[in-house]
Design a protein around this ligand. Structure first.
Ligand SMILES: *Cc1c(COP(=O)(O)O)cnc(C)c1O
Length: 379
């Protein structure tokens, strides 16, 4: 927390707005919309709920197809299944680790040939790094398929000066506890389509028709954010720029520390983009990298340092067994996202990570990387 949260929570208590509506919600929506320069925002209970609403507003229903990156958190894809639709998983490409425009094009071509285009494309800006939006938007526009940007991890990241989450028809943000700003739990749906944002608010409050009695013509959800949590969100938004700076500095210290090791490759940042560096991630570019990543995870854990592998691709999850997957064109046997999963790691990257703590992480990582370099040379 940054300090100002209590002020907004107190306001909620004093005015007795302890409900999923109230002045903090209205203010949080307009302040976030203004921060990312978009016309409308609807505050909801989670990022997942925001994706669900976006898909529903685009008319996604039973039997429809939706493209989604394979290399992402499960929450990007679960709402596709909520609606009875079917995901088509798209590989990453090596320049951004995000959705491959080439693989997406291939999927679109085959869907078009089969006479059934996807109803929507979900793009994710993983770990805060912007996907190849110019190329992806061009493919989607050509096939006239709307885009939902899952910007849950990339709030504050920009591409050519434009905020992530504002390129597609809809953008979603998450304020879960692990994100760059948090309301403990919460999310936001944003769009320049104000009619759709109003409809999202309607669907998120049980789809109650305009009548004095309780009248319902369509099925809705209980997805609104509470006025108390929106108060936390307002104070968090005030420090978002500082948080982005802090996370970028954490990233730069790691880069600086490991710059001598050419087997370490940090998640690349495409020209024109500025990542919030939500998490600092790198891959080990050696043959037995999977083993080395495991050793890194073990060694960090033994030193009481929490680190994680990169996301396990969704097309390899038991839940999505048998789902269609389009790999990025490459000469290698494994797809790009499979390789990333096997060879990558997320390092501690909190906005409040102190320099001494970070030095401790760097020491352990360096010890393991240096060891593995030696091992390679000995062979
Ligand atoms: C966190 C996250 C979500 C889901 O957000 P919640 O608020 O936790 O529901 C969706 N997509 C990605 C990529 C995420 O990291």
């Amino acid at each position: 927390m940054s300090g100002n949260e209590r002020k907004y929570i107190d306001e909620a208590f004093e005015s007795n707005w302890i409900a999923p509506l109230g002045p903090n919600i209205d203010a949080f929506e307009s302040e976030l919309a203004s921060y990312v320069s978009i016309k409308g925002a609807a505050a909801v209970s989670s990022g997942t709920a925001a994706i669900h609403l976006a898909l529903e507003l685009l008319g996604v229903g039973k039997g429809d197809l939706v493209c989604c990156p394979s290399f992402t958190f499960i929450a990007s894809a679960n709402p596709i299944s909520y609606l009875g639709a079917e995901p088509i998983f798209i590989d990453s490409e090596p320049d951004t680790w995000n959705m491959s425009p080439e693989a997406l094009e291939q999927a679109m071509m085959e869907c078009a040939a089969e006479g059934k285009l996807p109803k929507a494309v979900i793009v994710v800006h993983l770990y805060g790094c912007i996907a190849k939006m110019t190329e992806i938007m061009s493919v989607c526009n050509r096939y006239d398929v709307p885009v939902i940007e899952d910007a849950a991890e990339s709030l504050g990241s920009t591409y050519n000066g434009i905020q992530s989450g504002t390129f597609g028809h809809f953008g979603i943000f998450s304020f879960n506890g692990n994100k760059i700003i948090t309301t403990s739990g919460g999310g936001m749906l944003v769009s320049n389509d104000l009619e759709a944002i109003n409809k999202a608010r309607f669907l998120a409050t049980q789809a109650r028709d305009a009548a004095q009695h309780y009248q319902h013509s369509v099925m809705g959800y209980n997805y609104r954010l509470s006025n108390i949590l929106a108060g936390i969100g307002r104070a968090q938004l005030e420090v978002l720029d500082e948080r982005v700076e802090a996370r970028r500095n954490v990233f730069l210290r790691y880069v600086n520390a490991f710059r001598h090791y050419d087997n370490v490759q940090f998640m690349p940042e495409q020209i024109g983009s500025r990542s919030n560096r939500w998490l600092t991630t790198f891959t080990i570019t050696e043959e037995d990298s999977a083993w080395k990543i495991q050793e890194l995870l073990n060694e960090l854990s033994a030193n009481n340092i929490e680190a994680r592998p990169l996301w396990k691709p969704l097309h390899q999850q038991p839940l999505f067994e048998g789902t269609r997957f389009y790999p990025h064109p490459t000469l290698e046997a494994a797809s790009i996202c499979e390789k990333l999963f096997q060879s990558g790691i997320c390092l501690p990257s909190g906005s409040n990570l102190g320099i001494e703590d970070q030095m401790r992480v760097i020491e352990v990582v360096e010890r393991v990387i240096a060891e593995t370099v030696q091992v390679t040379i000995q062979r």
